[in-house]
Each structure stands twice: as C-alpha cells, then as structure tokens.
Design a protein around this ligand. Structure first.
Ligand SMILES: [Zn+2]
Length: 180
C-alpha cells in the first residue's frame, strides 16, 4: 500500500495499532488504520441430468484449465446473487440456487470460496467472454487433472462422493488441511 485511501497521503506506517495484534498500514496524516480482509469468491455447481457444468478458462490465472463458474462477489450483492451472475457471465446459464454446498478457505491468499448447488432454469449454455468452452460432465468425464483450482476440485469431489446420500450437508475445506 503506497497511499492512504482516505486522505491520499503517502505517509503510511506499517505497525501494530494500540489494542490490536496484527500489523496494519496506518496513515500518519489522518490516522486511518487500513484493514485488509479476505475477498469472497462465489460460484455454482450446476447440475443437469447427472452432469455438472464446467468452463474452460479464457483468462489468467490458469488459462486453459477448467473451473466451476465462479468469481469475486461484487459490493451490494448477496452471495447467491453473485454466484448466479458469475454463472451467467462465464457460461450464459440461467440458474436457480438450490442450497449451499461448500465453503473453502484460502488463508494464504486471503480468499473464501463459496459454491452453491444450482439447477438450470433454461437449457441453453454458451461460453461467455471469460470462457473458451463450456460443457456438462459426468463424474467419469471430468478433466480432474486439468482443474484450475483446488477449491473447485474439492467442491466437485464432495458432490460426487455424496450425491446419492439422502441428507445433504455443507462441506468445509481449506488449502492448509489438504494433503493431495
Ligand atoms: Zn490518511
């Protein structure tokens, strides 16, 4: 951080404020303490005829790899609205959120990834500007080795392992706990 977002000063000091326990950028001119908090990332596991919707990335990072339609939550959105919007933007799929599926923490890069199980509202899908291609995959067809992110792989694995169980639960994951 180079400038104070409150007053524009470049006199920032990185220190632990009184009563705090973490170093923050503190403006020496106006006194504003700049807190950095994790970003929310939201997406959908869209299920249609036993298959799940995946998008092949047309953007970095991980260009050419596959992901669930997922992206950063915008200010003013609920998490469900963000997941529905991202699914439209990446796969031109109109969906209805059914339930919360997984929450995955990435503490080393300050992100929380939330995936919902969703159903298609209209049958058409099409690659949006951030996707090279989009398609539905059965469990045996999923390009497991070409998945872009561990958090998406986690959501898919938990879904297919548990989809026939009558009680639906929410799965918690984190990059720190994974060994594979
Ligand atoms: Zn300031």
């Amino acid at each position: 951080m180079n400038f104070c977002s409150h007053c524009g000063s470049n006199q920032l000091d990185c220190k632990v404020p009184a009563g705090d326990h973490v170093a923050r950028y503190v403006c020496q001119v106006c006194g504003t303490v700049h807190y950095v908090n994790p970003k929310m990332v939201v997406g959908c596991l869209v299920v249609h005829e036993e298959r799940v919707l995946l998008c092949r990335r047309a953007i970095e990072p991980r260009y050419g790899f596959w992901n669930l339609p997922t992206g950063f939550l915008e200010s003013g959105e609920t998490v469900e609205e963000g997941a529905i919007r991202e699914t439209w933007e990446e796969a031109r799929a109109r969906v209805k959120v059914e339930r919360l599926h997984s929450v995955y923490s990435l503490p080393h890069c300050d992100q929380i990834i939330i995936h919902f199980v969703a159903q298609l509202q209209e049958t058409g899908i099409e690659a949006g500007p951030e996707s090279l291609e989009v398609n539905f995959f059965a469990e045996t067809e999923i390009p497991w080795d070409d998945m872009a992110f561990s958090s998406h792989r986690f959501a898919l694995e938990r879904y297919f392992e548990n989809r026939l169980k009558p009680d639906k639960q929410t799965y918690l994951g984190s990059s720190c706990l994974r060994t594979s």
